[in-house]
Design a protein around this ligand. Structure first.
Ligand code: DMJ
Length: 469
């Protein structure tokens, strides 16, 4: 009841300064300021308890590194959010630390996919905002250290690469880990003028696309040396998700016609075989890539990115229906379980790790429809996160969405994505216009007008077709 009343109060405040307008510049709510203050509070906790490390452990007030040596992942991931929120001093501090203290000549094996979206994406966004050549040099150095991973039989990256020696390990990867490089590597090619980065990324993505089945679907996992599928489940869930996201967004940013074609054909196959109605709700489960037969009704909370992708690619009505499903699931628990079986109606993995996807989709849908229902959804999610995840220094993950048992972890994307999407949904930063930006899968923001598509074709090394608009 208390929650309902607070949603109504915020909705009334919101409506009083708004007329359901789709322009991002015309709405703002006190919630945006609250999100900004909570970001600052969490950042100060990171500084106090985890400075120089990758992650804050918010319950034990300690820190953790992903590898034997830190890569400073939380601050790099946080940087673009600081800029979006106008936290300039904090942003400058991160930039200075990167210049003075961060180097990548470390004898550590890193996960290629994860550090690409967080570290490379974060550094490139930092360069875009600062135009500081020293930051671009760091990004280029880091990007070059990832390249040996792509020296495999298929051109898809190995799972691990050693940043110092370039040795690689891990021959079986999922398609998100194979196909989520087009934006970061393409932007690096654009900024440096060296096409090698985009070319490697595109080869990896096309290696998956070119191995699609006769009905146009790709599987989940592949051996990167032999090109054999090791898991033929097809879906838009975690494990493939951002492969699709990057086909569309990289086409939007750079205009490579091969990506447009791959996106169009992939979406048609997805829409034909994957969606199904269950108990009057729209679900995107798992099917066999060769037959299209449904094989599993387990979905993951990551899949809630799909309404955003549907909306930005013009399928707003389908996006609305799917967001309705995710909103229903959130409200079953007041948070989302990491994995859920929609036929058995039970979580199969009950963790909630402060993930952003449902908020991202509410933000996109609010932008595209102007419907205050999406603002209100976001208000509900924010209040739930305040109720269950806020602690005395920052925010923590949840071990079990049914019991709300706490987990001593605050993921780096909480800074990069979750807080940023809340802030933008609530109308923080009146200067921020959705249509001017592309969000990477880690929500790093890039101004679209920085990228001229003719220049992109030259610097990234792809051919434009004559009949392209
Ligand atoms: C983020 O690291 C990225 O969005 C990634 O693509 C998958 N999801 C996590 C956050 O949930």
């Amino acid at each position: 009841m208390k929650k309902l009343i607070s949603i109504i109060v915020v909705a009334l405040i919101f409506m009083s300064c708004n007329t359901n307008n789709q322009s991002d510049k015309q709405h703002s709510s006190p919630l945006a300021d609250q999100v900004k203050q909570e970001t600052l509070r969490s950042w100060n906790a990171y500084k106090k308890h985890a400075w120089g490390s990758d992650v804050l452990l918010p319950l034990s007030k300690g820190s953790k590194n992903w590898y034997e040596e830190p890569l400073y992942i939380s601050p790099i991931d946080a940087y673009s959010t600081m800029r979006v929120m106008g936290l300039e001093e904090e942003a400058r501090e991160i930039e200075q630390y990167v210049i003075d203290s961060l180097h990548f000549n470390k004898d550590i094996e890193v996960k290629v996919f994860e550090v690409n979206i967080r570290v490379l994406g974060g550094l490139l966004s930092m360069y875009q905002y600062t135009q500081n050549e020293k930051i671009l040099a760091k990004a280029e150095d880091f990007g070059r250290r990832l390249l040996p991973a792509f020296k495999t039989g298929t051109g898809m990256p190995a799972y691990w690469v050693n940043l110092k020696t370039g040795s690689i390990r891990g021959d079986t990867i999922n398609m998100a880990e194979a196909g989520t490089y087009l934006l970061e590597m393409g932007i690096l090619s654009y900024f440096t003028g060296d096409p090698v980065f985009y070319q490697k990324a595109k080869k990896a993505t096309m290696a998956a696309y070119n191995r699609r089945s006769e009905i146009g679907l790709i599987g989940e996992r592949m051996d990167v040396q032999t090109g054999e599928w090791t898991n033929k489940n097809s879906h838009i869930c975690a494990g493939i998700d951002s492969y699709y996201e990057y086909l569309y967004k990289a086409w939007l940013l750079f205009g490579d016609p091969d990506l447009k074609e791959a996106w169009g054909k992939s979406l048609a196959a997805i829409q034909k075989y994957i969606p199904e109605m269950h108990d009057s709700l729209l679900w995107y489960g798992r099917v066999n890539m060769e037959t299209g037969e449904h094989v599993s009704s387990v979905v993951t909370l990551y899949d809630a990115f799909f309404p955003a992708l549907l909306a930005i690619s013009g399928n707003v009505e389908q996006a609305r229906k799917l967001q309705h499903t995710w909103d229903w699931l959130w409200n079953q628990y007041g948070l989302e379980p990491m994995a859920y079986d929609y036929v058995k109606h039970q979580p199969t993995y009950p963790v909630y790790d402060l993930n952003p996807e449902i908020i991202e989709s509410a933000y996109y849908l609010f932008h595209f429809t102007g419907d205050s229902a999406y603002f209100n959804m976001g208000t509900g999610y924010w209040n739930d996160i305040l109720s269950y995840c806020k602690n005395d220094v920052a925010f923590n993950a949840i071990e079990n969405v049914e019991t709300k048992e706490k987990r001593d972890y605050m993921a780096t994307y909480f800074f990069a994505e979750t807080l940023k999407y809340f802030y933008l949904l609530f109308g923080g930063n009146g200067e921020f216009n959705f249509d001017d930006y592309i969000f990477t899968t880690e929500a790093h923001t890039f101004r679209r007008n920085l990228f001229d598509q003719n220049t992109a074709a030259r610097r990234l090394g792809f051919e434009q077709k004559m009949d392209e608009e």
